[in-house]
Design a protein around this ligand. Structure first.
Ligand code: FAQ
Length: 311
């Protein structure tokens, strides 16, 4: 005799899995809202990795030495790999990869605001490693404990690779800081341009974040946007001191009482502009991705024909 589980039983099983801090797996029943939120976050994350290849990719042909070129190529390839694991994780929830790509190139799905800023000098490559990968790790290490199994497991490998990326960025900046005065100025200029956008990567302030409360209840997110932003500031100040650069915030100071650094207000109007498609490079980034997708049409057709023949 097979007993059919009612919707209530399934819901209870889902709640118990969360309460016991176990992982939800692809075969498990989940509420529609959970599936939708998880697909949204994973897709936005995957798109960020793929679009995130562009700002640094811009410097591959102009890296100052063979060693720097090899390092940068490997890093950008890792980002492609992260995008692929993440699209696969979204597929386990029933999403279609082709559809997600279509949503990205038609501007219907978001990707991280940070990748809409230009990379003006080679120091930007170092600062992206140090600050952007640094912020990504700060945000993603807690996601290794996210309630959705395939996403949490993808995060473990992604975080390992991103820690390596962060160290390569820091090492590149250290080398430049020990170089000429012009190189030190280049690093400082890059830090000035990337500091505030890096803080925006953590998302809107908690009071303005429509998804945080539900995502925390579902244990998709483990900390709020502001908690992680603060953690990142606290972590970055001593690193900036070690490098010998100034973070461009006159209000940045240690608050003994709070046990954290106080920092200035972010330009939330700028964040909204960038997220709604009007940042300095949004149009260029999406156009480039759309072109790459169209150029790859023949590869997809050939792969499908090959698969049909083998079936
Ligand atoms: N940019 O209610 P919340 C990387 C959207 S990977 C654009 O707070 P949530 C690796 C948000 O999606 C970087 N949109 O949303 C790398 C939501 O959109 P909706 C990507 C943003 O989801 C390094 C709306 O605003 N990392 O860097 C941003 O609870 C170097 C309301 O916000 C991830 O995706 C933003 N900064 O929290 C690659 C990590 N912030 O509802 C190359 C996973 C918020 O309109 C080089 N994601 N929005 O569709 C997360 O942890 C979360 O999704 C947050 C946002 C924290 C990003």
């Amino acid at each position: 005799m097979t007993a059919t589980l009612s919707e209530k039983d399934l819901e209870q099983h889902f709640e118990h899995t969360l309460e016991r801090d176990q992982r939800i797996e692809p075969r498990d029943w989940v509420p529609d809202g959970y599936r939708k939120t998880m697909i949204r976050q994973i897709a936005q994350h995957a798109h960020s990795e793929i679009i995130g290849m562009q700002p640094e990719g811009n410097w591959i042909t102009r890296a100052p030495s063979l060693r720097r070129k090899a390092i940068l190529l490997a890093k950008v390839q890792d980002e492609a790999g992260h995008g692929l694991y993440l699209y696969s994780a979204a597929e386990t929830l029933g999403a279609d990869r082709g559809d997600l790509t279509e949503r990205l190139i038609t501007g219907r799905q978001k990707y991280s605001s940070i990748f809409n800023y230009p990379t003006l000098s080679f120091a930007d490559v170092g600062v992206i490693g140090w600050l952007v990968d640094g912020a990504a790790i700060c945000n993603q290490v807690p996601l290794c404990r996210s309630s959705y199994g395939p996403y949490a497991r993808a995060m473990i490998r992604i975080c390992k690779e991103e820690s390596f990326h962060q160290r390569q960025g820091f090492e590149l900046l250290m080398t430049m800081m020990k170089g000429t005065r012009a190189q030190r100025e280049m690093v400082q200029d890059a830090v000035n341009r990337w500091w505030w956008p890096s803080l925006m990567m953590f998302g809107p302030p908690d009071g303005d974040s429509p998804n945080t409360a539900q995502s925390m209840a579902w244990k998709i997110k483990r900390h709020t946007n502001d908690e992680l932003r603060q953690r990142f500031v606290d972590m970055s100040v001593p690193q900036a001191e070690a490098l010998g650069v100034t973070l461009p915030d006159p209000q940045l100071r240690w608050n003994e009482e709070r046990g954290h650094y106080d920092f200035g207000e972010l330009e939330w109007a700028e964040f909204k502009q960038v997220v709604s498609g009007n940042g300095p490079c949004n149009a260029e980034r999406v156009a480039h991705r759309r072109q790459a997708h169209e150029d790859g049409e023949w590869v997809r057709e050939a792969a499908a024909a090959h698969a049909r023949r083998h079936r």
